[in-house]
Design a protein around this ligand. Structure first.
Ligand SMILES: *[C@@H]1O[C@H](CO)[C@@H](O)[C@H](O)[C@H]1NC(C)=O
Ligand SMILES: *[C@@H]1O[C@H](CO)[C@@H](O)[C@H](O)[C@H]1NC(C)=O
Ligand SMILES: *[C@@H]1O[C@H](CO)[C@@H](O)[C@H](O)[C@H]1NC(C)=O
Length: 460
């Protein structure tokens, strides 16, 4: 029995591990370059905040003899990071290198020698040839959001040049022989912790990734990562769940995501691939919530159309309607019978839906009198696009098969005569966002089994 259970468990493991993502996000070199610029601004600010403690000591300086010195009130006045690069280390993370950086600081000096002579003044110090190298790893945290950490770091300070204001020339000897090294050490020791700080400061930002984004009162979409990010030669790929759920009730649909692979494009900073699975999970959710219905009334038909939704129009096909309900407006209620299915083919998103259409005559006292129920099999093609952080679609209903299900007005022949050609703007769905992110140069392609959104981003 033990063996049996164990085998059972082993059999379960592969299915739980092989969750294909519904959404894939790719950060390209262009995106990483933008990240480098943002990162350098943060590191520059961090380095500017370095506090160098006062220090003092006693040294023998020829020809003076024993000199007591102290340096105080040192603060950074300028930090320059002219050269930096970010390289991807496949399988590991990101390697960031900063070279030829410089830090300028000023402070006060004070010396006492020959027991009674005191002197003081200020000094400027230019530290050049600073280099910093750090490796940043990217993982998935316990909530499925990305998390970064600085794994290794080295910092070396090149040369230091001091300029004393006031004081005698032998001060330079004191500085170059003794103080220079102490000051460089003090700086060097603080750089890596500050870089690690700058990196981990990214995490609160990344924590704002909306892993569970509310869509409306029925649905939410889960964007948590299904595996740790993959660092490739020229991109970082994230695999997200990308699944719609009924709010508060996470029931899995009877279908699962198929594997799909993003094309090797790199013009945009960011690519988001959304699978047919994600959209079908939305259909499943809305169908379960019983809200996949559409009420069509006359005011939804363009004013310019000569076809009106009334008993006169329908009377042309079904004379009983015009006879029994003369001069009344009508209403059509379209309701899904089963979950519609969506397929993505290149440049073509198609929805197959099986619905019922119930036609009513609207009585003067607003009572709805049922006229007939039709079964409708429809195929809808869509052109999809992105507007203002939301994914939306222009839908064209291009084919439908009608059969009579029930008639309240006597028997009649259904011809596929009603071709309601309606181009409707579907409601937008929120895309995954981080903090105050703005999308720019966004485009959308429908490909086999998924849609690809390429975009640049800007953080404000
Ligand atoms: C779109 O795809 C559907 C189903 O795959 C197909 O029936 C339809 O003809 C296609 N439309 C176009 C414009 O290619
Ligand atoms: C509304 O009008 C219809 C048709 O005249 C009638 O059969 C029905 O009883 C009326 N309903 C109400 C609530 O008055
Ligand atoms: C639907 O309307 C659009 C634009 O109004 C038109 O281009 C298209 O041919 C129409 N389709 C059908 C099936 O009538």
């Amino acid at each position: 029995m033990f063996l049996c259970c164990w085998l059972g468990l082993v059999a379960l493991i592969p299915t739980t591990l092989s969750t294909n993502p519904g959404v894939k996000v790719r950060l390209t070199e262009k995106g990483i370059e933008y990240g480098r610029q943002l990162g350098m601004a943060v590191i520059q600010q961090k380095l500017g905040s370095i506090k160098i403690p006062d220090f003092s000591g006693t040294e023998k300086v020829s020809p003076i003899g024993k000199v007591q010195y102290s340096l105080s009130n040192m603060h950074i006045v300028n930090v320059g990071l002219p050269k930096s690069s970010v390289d991807l280390v496949p399988g590991t993370g990101v390697r960031m290198s900063i070279g030829d950086a410089f830090i300028s600081l000023n402070g006060n000096w004070r010396v006492k020698y020959l027991r009674i002579i005191k002197d003081s003044g200020s000094f400027d110090l230019d530290v050049n040839g600073l280099s910093i190298a750090t490796t940043i790893s990217i993982k998935s945290d316990e909530t499925g959001r990305p998390a970064v950490s600085s794994d290794s770091c080295s910092a070396t300070v090149g040369s230091a040049k001091v300029k004393f204001h006031g004081g005698a020339s032998w001060l330079y000897n004191l500085f170059t022989t003794f103080i220079d090294k102490a000051l460089r050490n003090a700086l060097q020791k603080q750089i890596c912790p500050l870089v690690a700080d700058a990196v981990s400061d990214l995490n609160p930002q990344l924590k704002t990734l909306n892993v569970l984004a509310k869509v409306d009162k029925y649905a939410e979409i889960e964007y948590s990562m299904v595996s740790s990010p993959t660092v490739l030669k020229s991109s970082i790929d994230l695999s997200l769940k990308g699944e719609f759920y009924n709010i508060g009730k996470h029931q899995e649909p009877p279908f699962s995501p198929a594997a799909f692979y993003l094309p090797p494009q790199n013009n945009n900073m960011l690519y988001i691939g959304m699978s047919a699975f994600t959209v079908n999970s939305a259909a499943f959710v809305y169908n379960n919530a019983g809200v996949l219905s559409l009420s069509i009334t006359d005011d939804m038909i363009p004013k310019s159309s000569s076809i009106r939704l009334n008993t006169k129009t329908f009377g042309a096909f079904i004379p009983q309607i015009a006879k029994q309900f003369p001069g009344l407006m009508m209403k059509l209620l379209v309701k899904t019978v089963k979950t519609p299915t969506l397929t993505f083919e290149p440049n073509n998103a198609t929805v197959q839906a099986t619905t019922t259409v119930t036609a009513f005559a609207i009585q003067p006292n607003s009572t709805l009198s049922p006229l007939f129920v039709l079964n409708l099999e429809a195929s809808v093609s869509a052109r999809m696009f992105v507007s203002e952080m939301k994914l939306a679609a222009a839908v064209t209903l291009n084919k439908m098969d009608l059969t009579l299900d029930k008639s309240y007005v006597g028997d009649f022949q259904v011809r596929s005569a009603f071709l309601y050609n309606n181009t409707q703007l579907a409601k937008g769905y929120p895309l995954p966002t981080i903090g105050k992110m703005k999308l720019m140069n966004t485009q959308l392609d429908v490909l086999k089994d998924y849609i690809l959104i390429g975009t640049d981003v800007q953080f404000s």
